[in-house]
Design a protein around this ligand. Structure first.
Ligand code: CP
Length: 342
């Protein structure tokens, strides 16, 4: 019998893990959540250190990883690259090699302002850390992927729907003045198609995402027996949905050239054309009666969604936020522990 062993693995995108491996992470995390709720969170990472390099700001990711390590009996060390020698030109190679001598995992967030909003640059930095580090690298959001968020999203969907195969999962562009990266949407639709959901991506013209990742979503849906379609019709997308996940993201042209060249005002003006892409009760009325409203947060209230929706009984946003911690406890335990916990 072959036993699964996830120790030492990087988590840069869920797409590089098998479905069975992702299922193992989800199962282990749910079990840890139950134990935590019963006041019996085991110290699976005693004396272990997880370094967290934040090239960008964060509320949930930083707080949930720190809380996760506390509950696991280890330590999460917050590192700000601007306050490190990296800021003076020390290489990623030397930084990764050094941290690997002290700790047992490295989390990295790098996207948006930190890479001039040029698509792919942040992911490349993560790949460089992974090349030079012999301890696991965990993606805490780059410009392509946010795997800890998307696995958490899936865990939250599974908690709300015992059977998710064929359920309609809608990720919709939503109005905002802000320019946000593509990581959360791309990871969410990659994971949902992987697990057999009927996924609809809705956005106005000009907000197309990475063509290669769209191809992966089609392939995932084909293999899982789910579905994947893209529409510019927001009402059609919401009709009959079981899960709606409306969030703003930057346009394809902005992503291609970077915001300095494209212009913040040009991007904001483009968004103004689609102010009606706000998730409100009229759109929610089109969904299935058991539908849930999701958002990875932070949500721009009054832009991406009305307060009425964000604060409604259908909203599971704080369950999602809480599940970040449980999911990350499971993932880090499986990749950083000395023992194989599976
Ligand atoms: N969802 C998420 O990654 O939140 P933060 O940006 O606050 O970490």
């Amino acid at each position: 019998m072959i036993t699964m062993d996830l120790r030492g693995r990087d988590m840069i995108t869920t797409q590089e893990w098998t479905r069975e491996e992702l299922e193992a992470v989800l199962k282990f995390s749910k079990d840890l959540k139950k134990k935590t709720k019963a006041g019996k969170s085991p110290h699976l990472l005693s004396d272990k250190t997880f370094f967290m390099l934040f090239y960008n700001t964060s509320t949930r990711t930083r707080a949930s990883f720190e809380a996760a390590l506390t509950e696991l009996g280890g330590h999460a060390q917050f590192l700000e690259p601007g306050a490190m020698r990296l800021g003076e030109g020390e290489s990623v190679k030397d930084t990764a090699n050094t941290l690997a001598r002290y700790g047992h995992g490295i989390g990295i967030r790098i996207l948006e302002k930190a890479v001039g909003y040029v698509y792919g640059r942040g992911n490349q930095v993560l790949r460089d850390y992974a090349k030079w580090s012999d301890i696991p690298i965990v993606n805490m959001a780059d410009d392509k992927f946010h795997p800890c968020q998307s696995l958490t999203d899936l865990m939250t969907v599974q908690e709300n729907f015992p059977k998710i195969q064929g359920k309609k999962f809608v990720f919709s562009w939503a109005y905002s003045r802000h320019s946000r990266s593509w990581c959360s949407v791309q990871s969410a639709i990659l994971t949902a198609t992987r697990f057999g959901m009927d996924v609809t991506l809705a956005h106005p013209p000009g907000f197309e995402l990475d063509a290669e990742i769209m191809e992966w979503c089609h392939q995932n849906a084909h293999e899982s027996g789910g579905g994947f379609s893209i529409t510019n019709d927001v009402k059609d997308a919401y009709s009959g949905a079981h899960v709606v996940y409306p969030r703003s993201w930057m346009s394809a042209e902005c992503s291609a050239v970077g915001i300095d060249k494209w212009g913040e005002d040009t991007e904001a003006q483009l968004h103004e054309n689609y102010r009606d892409w706000i998730c409100n009760s009229e759109l929610m009325d089109l969904t299935n009666k058991d539908a849930i409203y999701m958002h990875c947060l932070p949500v721009f209230r009054g832009e991406e969604a009305t307060d009425e929706v964000v604060d409604s009984p259908q909203s599971v946003i704080f369950d999602q936020a809480e599940n970040r911690m449980h999911l990350q406890k499971g993932l880090l335990s499986l990749i950083m522990s000395d023992e194989n916990l599976l």
